[in-house]
Design a protein around this ligand. Structure first.
Ligand SMILES: *Cc1c(COP(=O)(O)O)cnc(C)c1O
Length: 355
């Protein structure tokens, strides 16, 4: 039994792996592989349509929201967002909450003025900065809802007088939110929604076409909307895996049900960490992520030993990001509570042995 705490690409439901592998050999009884069907056929179009409609349903999106499945990962959105939303002489406001947010800031600067309203870099991004310096006007306010590398999460939606744009790559559909508050949401699929190779963009039609800039076709959201995410060949298999994962999420009871389970998993792990002085969570309590739990040990030898112990117990993917060190346990939607129970048992035994 393997317990997969990988940060991304990461665990997906077992039944999704099974269905996806069957579709590689024989897609819906057609005798054809999902890998060899045309994207503009009546075999694939229903897959894309269902992925879009499940997204609208699970996120309870209103009629102005368009759901796109695009290439290039969340990182391409770092430039595509300002290209489509930020006029040359306009200002965009960004929160610098971690490595992903700072990469988004770097790309936005190619397209207009960027005001960094707040940064938690002074404390290695171990908290959410709440004391923001806002300009008078702005084209939008961009933030990362969950900082995957550093393990902080915004447990509130910014109350600012600007359109909201969010990178939700590592916590999309993991908790209940009013997703209609956002002009634009983007997320790489490979953490909570599906396979690597596709990212989701949920955009309010009303905010497009205002920059005065000529946008290359493949980077223009309006073109993607007009062509139903099929300007060119979409990542067919990755979209199929998303569709299966979204079906699974709906069958679990949707976002409210998965949020409840995600809370249970994170509570168990943080309570264990707080009870065992050998382990030290790095993030301040109120900003702790329910998706990525970061902790360190003060003795590097003990860290090595703990990693070996985990390996023996089938626990994989908990080595921390190279920029933070220590450990990162990612608790995405598909990770069962039983895996967290195994991890916390191993931690308790390890601490007993060391104590
Ligand atoms: C993983 C991640 C990204 C990068 O995603 P890619 O698809 O690899 O470009 C961006 N933002 C956040 C918050 C992430 O977790």
């Amino acid at each position: 039994m393997v317990h997969n705490f990988n940060a991304g690409p990461s665990i997906l439901p077992a039944e999704v792996f099974k269905q996806a592998s069957e579709a590689i050999l024989n897609f819906n009884g057609t005798g054809l592989s999902i890998l060899e069907i045309g994207h503009r056929t009546n075999l694939f179009q229903p897959v894309l349509d269902e992925a879009v409609s499940l997204t609208k349903e699970l996120m309870q999106l209103n009629a102005d929201k368009e759901v796109l499945f695009l290439h290039g990962g969340a990182s391409t959105q770092f430039m595509q967002v300002p290209m489509n939303l930020l006029p040359q002489d306009g200002t965009a406001v960004y929160l610098d909450g971690g490595v992903w947010g700072s990469k988004a800031i770097k790309e936005a600067k190619h397209f207009g003025n960027v005001v960094v309203a707040g940064s938690s870099k002074d404390k290695n991004y171990t908290y959410i900065q709440r004391d923001w310096q806002l300009p008078e006007t702005a084209a939008y306010f961009h933030y990362t809802t969950n900082n995957t590398v550093e393990g902080t999460q915004m447990h509130f939606v910014p109350d600012v007088p600007f359109p909201l744009v969010a990178d939700m790559s590592s916590d999309i559909m993991s908790r209940v939110m009013d997703f209609n508050q956002f002009d634009l949401i983007y997320a790489g699929a490979q953490k909570n929604v599906g396979a690597a190779g596709v990212n989701m963009v949920i955009v309010d039609k009303k905010c497009l076409g205002k920059t005065g800039r000529t946008i290359p076709t493949m980077l223009d959201y309006q073109q993607h909307i007009s062509n139903g995410s099929m300007l060119n060949t979409p990542p067919v298999f990755a979209i199929y895996v998303c569709m299966l994962t979204l079906r699974w999420l709906k069958a679990q009871g949707g976002v409210p049900a998965i949020e409840k389970r995600n809370n249970e998993k994170a509570t168990l792990l943080y309570n264990t960490l707080d009870a065992l002085p050998l382990f030290r969570p790095t993030v301040v309590k109120e900003d702790r992520s329910l998706m990525n739990v970061i902790f360190v040990m003060d003795d590097p030898e003990a860290e090595k030993e703990f990693l070996d112990t985990c390996k023996k117990e089938g626990i994989v993917g908990i080595k921390g990001h190279r920029s933070v060190g220590g450990f990162r346990a990612s608790l995405y939607n598909a990770l069962p509570l039983s895996s967290v129970q195994v991890l916390t048992e191993v931690m308790r035994h390890f601490a007993d042995r060391k104590g």
